[in-house]
Design a binder for this molecule. Sequence first.
Ligand SMILES: [Zn+2]
Length: 430
Amino acid sequence: MGGNWHKMFSCLIRGFSAFGKVTDLCCILTIFVVSCACARPAFGQVEKCLDLSSDIQELSDEVVQRHLDFEQQRSVLENDPAMTSRSGRNVTVPVVFHVLYFREEENVSDDIILSQLDRLNEDFAAENADRSDIPPLFADLSIDARISFCLVQEDMDGRPFSGIHRLQVDTDLIGLRRTDGRRHVFHADLGGVDPWDVDRIVNIYICDMGDIGGLATRPLLVSDPLRQGIVLNYKFVGNNTSDDFNLGRIAVHEMGHYFGLEHTWGTADGCDTDDGIMDTPRQFGPYFGCPAEGSASCGSPDMYMTYMDYVDDECMHMFSAGQTRRMLSTLILARPLLDRSPYCTDADTTTVDHDWQVFPNPISSGELLIHGPDDIEYGDLYDSSGRYLGDYSSGRPGWLSIPTDGLPSGVYLLVIKHDTSRHQVKFVKL
Ligand SMILES: [Zn+2]
């Protein structure tokens, strides 16, 4: 599969040569109907997702064979009735954001990055408010993927960490640069950042990618297994002011790729190719903009509103049940250590250490007091999504005090380092 520019060029050639014959409806409509739902992006507009086929061509036969074996195993797992019960458990995935900025405007704020994390959590949980815009034909297929995301809470040296790593780089467009097949963002010796613990963390890079929205490495399909991650154009991260991709859904789309999903239409245009998922109808090619309800291309209405299409952020609303099964089976087989990663402290599954006294718990307002051994030094506070909120020092030996008036209602986790061990205390703010 070539890049979209190549596709658009060949589309134009095919469209003109097909003048008078409807052999390539999408292409012909592209040329003659500017507002056509399946119109390709015009030159100078954003290409949502970078085609990684040029990376994939460098793979060894061994990697390709391993991937074929993996796909076979995944197919068995996806169709296993036990997957239904397996999919009943929650998977919590730690993420680290590496902001690689050349110009200050590329150094996106913590608030924008946190809005990106919220978007990932909402969309994967099917808690997005615009879910009500899914056409009735597909509404029942939209389900909670039961995959959530948290910021890693320790850096690679075991120190408390916010989950957001910033580095000023000495070149523009670092998100697109490659040398000898090596993508600069993934290599410290090329001015990027080596991914952190790729088995247990999803590394999300934010940087300049020109007119490309984002890219993701596919499970197992990498020449160097240590170089995996998602790269996002800084302009389209979280809630932003861009025209078409202003809700942070390029990251949702790329995370879908990272968890094994293909585009809804498969790896090439046409009704003969498909994404291999039963409940997403065959579709000729990508949609752009906001398609009209009922848009169809291969004899049935298309599911253009899934996150794996190219439509505007405001017009994508769902992962289908089939897409969810594929992501979970991919996680189990290809990225098994992401779940239950030690970098994510999951407040729901942490056993409270009863040697510590916490009162009052739950708390409605005022100071929360925690009593323990005399040599408590400090505790790190996290909310239920794993977001680091700050550290609290001990005012007097054996005690910690946390002012709770500014905290929204919810479950919180205090991680206390004591000698060489870690203790976790959960409390509820009403
Ligand atoms: Zn894509």
